[in-house]
Write a protein that binds this ligand. Structure first.
Ligand SMILES: Cc1cc2nc3c(=O)[nH]c(=O)nc-3n(C[C@H](O)[C@H](O)[C@H](O)COP(=O)(O)OP(=O)(O)OC[C@H]3O[C@@H](n4cnc5c(N)ncnc54)[C@H](O)[C@@H]3O)c2cc1C
Length: 351
């Protein structure tokens, strides 16, 4: 039986672990952070294909949503729901263009009038003239999902930091950690922002953007946001406890800021925007979580064979959406040698 060492216990490592053990493989996960990862524990968790950078990216994201649905059919009590998204981050002709582009790609898009928006979101203060509804979209909590997948996989988990990868005659043989060496037949880097440091000694350059992300959670509120709301003022979703979750940048998917700014200022600005969206509600700060987003320089996932045999790489932003499909495809590729055309644009060798 092939023994795989997965480095990283976020949603990417967890989803790969689950797919490999489903195929009868023996998996050990080693991770600095506990099950649930780093960026995965700070994610907005919006599962969508309405944001995309290329057609190939759109198709992978759309398959990502389908792979999430397959997971919820296989495993019970996952933190994934499909309430849809109401989107009006752009208006007028730009909104029409977004709708036309997505419909041309085969995405489900409904156009909503002001009255329809008010009907679906009665708590919303400023109601736009029009919005798009993406009924296929949903949300998950990637850290909780990662923990569920790791538990279901039965993979062994070791809390340790990998200092370097080991190899012999051009083949990966394992890793040296702060607790000692680990050997394996196959090594997978699901290490998010930690990936370039592990690849660099092997001569593989993986440039990443510096994009910190801050998520703010509020006090529990009555149900006021039954969809994922993507307004120009603020993206926001509400969890089962009634807490609003809001990225500190108004539109987090296109956020290119390299610094966050002063913490109290950023939190207060987010609360002001939330209170303007839902006036008449006592919205308070409850807690926050911050992480660097693992974004390769061109914004696209990096997935596939690394610079040596038996070493694989899976690093991506929008990993909340993408990890389940990337894991399915990589597991097939590793165990059957079948390369999916869906991954063709995202290979590590492009850098
Ligand atoms: C604020 C924010 C909002 C986001 N919103 C969305 C969204 O709405 N939709 C969406 O699809 N995506 C979103 N994302 C992106 C998504 O959350 C990430 O792409 C995804 O969580 C990445 O998961 P990962 O498992 O690859 O990385 P991580 O969760 O970062 O996990 C990396 C793992 O590698 C381990 N590691 C790293 N280096 C080492 C080492 N040397 N030794 C041992 N272990 C190591 C870490 O300990 C950790 O366990 C968001 C991200 C952020 C930060």
């Amino acid at each position: 039986m092939t023994h795989t060492l997965i480095i990283g216990a976020g949603i990417t490592g967890a989803a790969i672990a689950w797919n490999l053990t489903q195929r009868g493989e023996d998996v050990t996960i080693v991770s600095t952070h506990a099950e649930g990862g780093l960026a995965s524990a700070a994610s907005f968790g919006w599962l969508n294909a309405s944001f995309y950078l290329s057609q190939a990216h759109y198709h992978l994201r759309h398959e990502g949503m389908a792979a999430h649905r397959r997971l919820t059919e296989r495993l019970t009590s996952l933190p994934t729901t499909w309430q849809g998204c109401i989107w009006y981050e752009a208006a007028g002709a730009a909104q029409d263009d977004t709708a036309a582009d997505l419909i041309a790609l085969g995405y489900r898009v409904d156009r909503l009038t002001k009255a329809q928006i008010a009907d679906r979101l009665p708590a919303l203060g400023p109601v736009p003239e029009t919005a798009l509804h993406f009924p296929e979209e949903g949300q998950s909590d990637p850290a909780t999902l990662a923990r569920a997948l790791i538990q279901a996989s039965g993979a062994k988990v070791i809390r340790a930091t990998v200092q370097t990868l080991t190899h012999d005659k051009g083949r990966a043989t394992g890793a040296v950690t702060d607790l000692g060496p680990l050997t394996a037949d196959r090594v997978i880097l699901a290490t998010g922002t930690g990936t370039p440091a592990l690849l660099e000694p092997l001569g593989q350059n993986l440039p990443m953007l510096k994009r910190p992300g801050l998520m703010i959670a509020t006090n529990p509120l009555p149900p006021i946001c039954p969809v994922i709301l993507a307004a120009p003022e603020q993206e926001v979703r509400q969890d089962a406890e009634g807490r609003l979750h809001a990225p500190a940048s108004a539109g987090h998917q296109g956020d290119h800021a390299e610094t966050l700014g002063s913490f109290p200022v950023v939190v207060n600005a987010t609360l002001v925007r939330l209170r303007a969206l839902f006036p008449g509600h006592e919205i308070h700060f409850a807690h926050q979580v911050m992480a660097l987003r693992p974004v390769p320089e061109d914004g696209l996932p990096v997935v596939g064979q690394g610079p040596i045999q038996g070493l694989w790489v899976a690093v991506m932003h929008s990993g909340a959406t993408l990890a389940p499909v990337v894991a399915e495809l990589l597991a097939a590729e590793m165990t059957e040698g079948s390369e999916s055309p869906l991954l063709a644009s995202f290979r590590p060798g492009r850098f």
